[in-house]
Design a protein around this ligand. Structure first.
Ligand SMILES: [Fe+2]
Length: 249
């Protein structure tokens, strides 16, 4: 089995297109998405249309924010969610396709469990909303609870910071492990990083590949100036949401 794990696309069509092309070139046919297809970025409809065709997708907090009333977002993110909702309701669009997108978002599961592996947006403890940041390795209480709820492997997104958490409370960023991690019998959490809004200081789109006991991280260049230009042209999307793509922050 060779499966691509993508997450946190956030309406960034240029990044998603580059990642899907990289996945195709790797000969991978199975794709799981770990949520946040939309929010922040200028192409929510197009990104949903592409993700509707992958093998499985989990609900992210921004997807949920567009479906229901957004809660717990800062004002820039909230405005982006309201703008995103308008795009999905766009009266000019094909009403059948609009309905299909809403149905798709409304039916996304919060987690998928398969042979000892859990797939969530946030964490095993709170699949939709909990952040597990690299610095949480210094919060053993939190991490022990999360590991206790993890059968063996957990794949997650949400922080936009890719890397591996081991049960002895170490965190490895992709470049510290040379972009590849061999699975053992011990419990391990993987943050697969963000396609459309990386925040680990590397502006390239990020995703992971799960294959025969190894998790590999991929970084993919994409024309972010195009995405930034689109964001700057939309008054409801803060310029900052575009500018940060240049730094990957
Ligand atoms: Fe996100």
């Amino acid at each position: 089995m060779k499966r691509a794990l993508v997450s946190d696309i956030h309406g960034n069509l240029e990044a998603l297109t580059a990642v899907l092309e990289d996945i195709r070139q790797q000969g991978i046919t199975e794709i799981y998405c770990l949520g946040d297809i939309i929010g922040y970025g200028p192409n929510p409809r197009e990104c949903i249309d592409r993700i509707m065709r992958v093998d499985a997708c989990i609900l992210g907090n921004h997807d949920q924010g567009a479906l229901f009333d957004p809660e717990g977002f800062n004002s820039g993110a909230e405005r982006a969610i309201f703008w995103t909702r308008e795009q999905l309701e766009a009266p000019g669009g094909d009403p059948e396709q609009n309905a299909k997108r809403w149905d798709f978002l409304g039916e996304l599961p919060r987690s998928i469990r398969e042979n000892g592996a859990l797939f969530v947006h946030g964490s095993a403890r709170n699949p939709l909303n909990e952040y597990v940041f690299p610095e949480d390795i210094y919060n053993p209480k939190k991490m022990e609870k999360i590991f206790a709820l993890t059968e063996r492997l957990c794949f997650q997104g949400h922080t936009h910071v890719p890397g591996v958490f081991t049960e002895d409370l170490k965190f490895y960023s992709p470049d510290e492990i040379n972009y590849s991690y061999e699975l053992s019998d011990s419990k391990t959490l993987f943050n697969v990083g963000s396609v459309g809004q990386p925040r680990d200081g590397d502006p390239r789109a990020c995703y992971a590949i799960l294959e025969d006991g190894t998790v590999t991280y991929r970084r993919v260049e994409y024309p972010f100036e195009e995405t930034i230009r689109k964001i700057h042209d939309i008054p409801d999307l803060d310029n900052f949401l575009g500018d940060r793509l240049r730094e990957g922050k």
